[in-house]
Each structure stands twice: as C-alpha cells, then as structure tokens.
Design a protein around this ligand. Structure first.
Ligand code: URA
Length: 241
C-alpha cells in the first residue's frame, strides 16, 4: 500500500508548488530550542491521514505510529555522542562514535503511552517511566497524580513523550517533576506530534535549555483548548473505536 493512501491508489508525485503548510507564520519566530521534522510531502500526507475525522482507528494507529517513529529517530539525533573506536571483522580500526549517556523515556499518561512502542522499537530494553497529570478541580492548575521513574533517572537523558502540546500546562508540570527528581533541564528532550504556537511559546520561555522535537506546528487553540486544525482528542482516537 502506498504510504499516503488507505485505498491502495497511487499517489501523484508532489507538485513543486505544493508546499507543506506547516509552521507558516511562526517559522521566523521559532525559539532555537525547537526542531521540527523535515516538512516533506510524505510527512504532510501522513498528517493528512491522521487529521482526517473519517480515518478508521486501524489506520490512525498505523500512520500515527509512522510519525512517532520519525519523531523518536529525530529525538535520538539530539543526544550527545563521544568518540568510540571499534575493530571491524577485517581487522581494521573504525573511529566512530557512541552515545555519551543512558537514556530513558517518560510518557505523560494517557496519550503519551502511545509513543512508548515507537521508542522501544529503536532503543532495545529502554527504561520507561510514567507520569499522570490532571487538572486540580479546585485550583484549575495541572496537578501531579502519579509518577514512576527509573531509580537512576537523574543520571539519564530523558525523552519526554506526549503527542499534543496544547496549552503546555501538563508538559510544564511534567518537566517540573522531572527536575525535582534531579534531571537537569538540558537533559530532557520533549517529543510531540503537534504543537500549538501558544503552547510552544509558554513552554520554551519556561525551559529555554530543553529541546523540543515537534512534527508539526498548527494554527492555535480553540475555546476548549483543542489544537486547530489538530486531529481531535489523540487518546480517544488511539484507544477508542
Ligand atoms: N490533547 C488532544 O488530544 N488534542 C488536542 O487538540 C489538545 C490536547
């Protein structure tokens, strides 16, 4: 099946005039800590499928997993490496590199859990922590309800996983909790599929040393704090028929 078609029909090659419509007006003002995936026609085709309200759950799972895999790979590109030499089977020395430190994932429940498999696919035996943040009904502020981290998390690089960066409230609370557990800000990489410009701005102003890898930056938020055009409720689309 073609990468951008759910019915097997061939997809015409992208027209030179067909520019991906991501980033648009915010591109000039992106903080230097924000990295988007290459805005290719293929990526836009994947996003078109997962944004479509008529896409069936099976296709939503498959194509959102495709994007998650690309995001995780991009996140790993931002980890520091050190020189490492190996001997190849020909007896020669190859002067290469190896990752400097250990990593772990931390998913923000529940939607972030959907990104764990993508991380496990590329990092064998990776440790994964979890964090549950919900709005406190009295204060209306994001509140920590549950967290479980690898015991040595303070020594690891953390890939923080949450598919949608809307207002930024949960992500900011999650980073606060990680930092309270000893993880330095510049050892956290936040990975998401879609960001709102306002969420990105709030988040990056609070944590300028933390890198954000996002697949697409949308137009904004509606009155219910859903990302527009967005893809709706990621957790609902992922877990409910
Ligand atoms: N969470 C979602 O699942 N979707 C949004 O648009 C915003 C937050």
């Amino acid at each position: 099946m073609s990468p951008s078609s759910t019915n097997g029909a061939p997809v015409p090659p992208p027209q030179p005039s067909l520019q991906p419509n991501a980033i648009s007006s915010v591109s000039n003002t992106l903080p230097s800590s924000v990295f988007t995936l290459p805005q290719t026609a293929q990526l836009e085709a994947l996003y078109t499928i997962i944004r479509d309200k008529d896409t069936l759950r099976g296709d939503f799972l498959f194509y959102s997993d495709r994007v998650i895999r690309l995001l995780v790979e991009e996140g790993l590109n931002h980890l520091p490496v050190v020189k490492k030499s190996v001997i190849t089977p020909t007896g020669s020395t190859y002067d290469g590199v190896g990752f400097e430190g250990k990593i772990c994932g931390v998913s923000i429940l529940r939607a972030g859990e959907a990104m764990e498999a993508g991380l496990r696919e590329v990092c064998r035996s990776v440790r994964i922590g979890k964090i549950l943040i919900q709005r406190d009904e009295e204060t209306m502020q994001p509140k920590l309800f549950y967290s479980k981290f690898p015991q040595d998390i303070a020594k690891r690089y953390v890939l923080l996983l949450d598919p949608m960066l809307a207002t930024g409230g949960s992500a900011i609370k999650a980073v606060d909790v990680l930092m309270e557990n000893g993880v330095p800000e510049d050892r956290i990489i936040f990975i998401n599929l879609i960001s709102s410009p306002e969420g990105l701005k709030t988040f990056c102003e609070k944590f300028p040393r933390l890198k954000v890898i996002t697949g697409w930056i949308d137009q904004g938020l509606n009155e219910k704090a859903y990302i527009i055009p967005g893809l709706g409720d990621f957790g609902e689309r992922r877990y409910c028929e």
